[in-house]
Design a protein around this ligand. Structure first.
Ligand code: PEP
Ligand code: MG
Length: 518
């Protein structure tokens, strides 16, 4: 009912809204999403809003373009109504929020996940080192990925997600529920306890200092970095600035502001900004043609894309260099496969430096330059790379993918993704020893660095800089504080000599036997 005294336009406005509600783009498309994705209604509305929003943005007619807000508002109202009708989880004494069970999520979806009404997610696709899983971990969201048939099996059920073990329990009975409540409490308590070592310096029992750095995706992550008292940012995955849903390419100024936010928060501590590592599963819409290649992980990704799109690359280099004036910035190039490719990237950087000098724009003239080592060819021909850089960082996620020929996003070969494969251990040992010999600082910024089961092995092969998502820093620190590195030597040399998988696993277990690892 239209209230009396309401403006005359209200009737017309409501009729328009009703027309929109009846349009198949609103009445049918979300249903199609639900059927296709097995997602819930709120998520389907959200997806359709994004889809329509993109279509409006592409319109040339400015009048029509401006109708975008009307349509989005209608969708937002449906969304709010759906939320309002939600099951009251709190009153049921269950979880506070729902759990999203879906086919897959993109890394960009996840960045927005924290503000959504979901407490965790389960996907049929993906694997532990996919960027979706990495971002989920960074955001501290409970998740199990690569389940294959979750959408078929799970309906409107009560679910436990045990992200630590990769276990999902559907409709648990009272006994299981109580057991998990206990485990959750213990886990929270152990985290609480770790808070007491936040301010401790990271030093092993035999007096060896270790640096613990943080990986971030978006500037807001820096709050957790500070909270966990990291020694700096070891990896800022800047590509997330270019993965927004609306296909917007962050301008130089927007990038500059994003970098500045992190740099200012970190004060004098180093902030390692990796130039955009786009492509494969982090492909922006504007690169759709390249992204559709048969083997995108072997295609135009990382530095290759930046060198192919020099205008884009130089804009980013300008923004990073300008930001470098305000703190301790380091610049790092992803997916380098040879010393001559690195040379090209550094050449672009030199050109941009020259440009800024001519424009009298200040930047850090001594900015440190680093290379990711994540392509086996680079790991095996390090000399020419080490000569050109101030530091290197090993990207074990990709290094393992390319070394073992296993797609890091493909759940069907996930079981082969083995950080303890002798080839991986030998190659890591080679890179770390070579860098240490040349006195070029070396870190690991792949997921391995935050895996507490591998901390001692990595210390044993000479790693002294670990970069990981903030939530893992205190766990790794705790291990280092409880480790005498010299005592690891004999087991580590056995691991390095062995090619027997079972033995390697046994030795690693022995390395950790006095620790109570979750
Ligand atoms: C890696 O490959 O290990 C890495 C740190 O980079 P990303 O996970 O972003 O590919
Ligand atoms: Mg990588």
């Amino acid at each position: 009912n239209i209230p009396s005294g309401a403006p005359a336009e209200l009737g017309a406005f409501l009729s328009l809204n009703i027309m929109m509600l009846n349009d198949s783009q609103i009445s049918q498309a979300p249903i199609d999403f639900i059927e296709k994705e097995f997602c819930n209604a709120e998520w389907a509305i959200k997806l359709q809003a994004e889809h329509l929003s993109l279509q409006f943005d592409e319109m040339i007619d400015t009048y029509l373009k401006e109708r975008k807000n009307d349509v989005i508002q209608v969708l937002e109202r449906i969304f709010k109504n759906l939320e309002g009708n939600n099951f009251d989880w709190n009153n049921q004494g269950k979880l506070e929020k729902g759990i999203l069970v879906t086919r897959d999520l993109s890394p960009a979806d996840l960045v927005q996940f924290k503000d959504s009404n979901f407490a965790g997610f389960i996907t049929d696709f993906g694997s532990l080192t996919s960027h979706t899983a990495i971002v989920g971990r960074n955001l501290d969201i409970p998740a199990v990925v690569g389940v294959t048939n979750a959408r078929q099996i799970i309906r409107d059920d009560e679910i436990i997600i045990d992200g630590l073990q990769g276990v999902i329990i559907v409709n648990p009975d009272k006994l299981v529920l109580n057991e998990y409540k206990k485990r959750k409490k213990e886990w929270q308590e152990s985290r609480q306890k770790l808070r007491s070592i936040r301010k401790n310096v990271t030093i092993s029992q035999d007096g060896i200092s270790v640096e613990l750095l943080a990986n971030i995706e978006v500037p807001e992550d820096v709050d957790d970095v500070k909270y966990n008292n990291a020694d700096g940012v070891g990896l800022f995955r800047s590509e997330f600035l270019f993965l927004s849903k609306d296909n917007h390419i962050a301008s130089e100024e927007e990038q500059f502001q994003a970098y500045l936010q992190v740099i200012k928060a970190m004060k004098k501590l180093p902030v390692t900004i990796r130039t955009a590592d786009l492509g494969a599963d982090k492909n922006p819409q504007w690169n759709a043609t390249h992204g559709a290649a048969d083997n995108p992980a072997l295609g135009l990704t990382g530095i290759r894309l930046s060198l192919a799109e020099q205008g884009f690359f130089r804009l980013q280099l300008r923004a990073i260099l300008r930001a470098s004036y305000f703190g301790k910035v380091q610049i790092m190039f992803p997916m380098i496969s040879s010393s001559w490719e690195l040379k090209q990237a550094i050449h672009q950087l030199d050109l941009v430096k020259e440009e800024l000098r001519e424009e009298h724009i200040a930047f850090d003239e001594n900015i440190k330059i680093g290379s990711m080592i994540e392509v086996p060819a680079a790991a095996l021909s390090l000399k020419g790379i080490l000569e050109q850089v101030d530091f290197i960082s090993i990207g074990t996620n990709d290094l393992i993918q390319y070394l073992l020929a296993i797609d890091r996003n493909d759940e069907s070969v996930n079981y082969l993704y083995d950080p303890l494969h002798p080839a991986v251990i030998k190659l890591l040992n080679h890179v770390i020893q070579s860098a240490n010999k040349e006195q070029v600082p070396v870190s690991i910024c792949g997921e391995l660095a935050g895996n507490v089961k591998l901390t001692r092995l990595l210390l044993g092969i000479g790693l002294r800089k670990f970069s990981m998502h903030s939530a893992n820093i205190l766990n790794v620190k705790n291990i280092i504080l409880n480790t005498n590195i010299a005592e690891l030597e004999s087991l580590v040399s056995k691991i390095l000599r062995s090619e027997n998988r079972d033995k390697i696993y046994d030795y690693v277990e022995k390395l950790n036997q006095d620790l109570n690892l979750f």
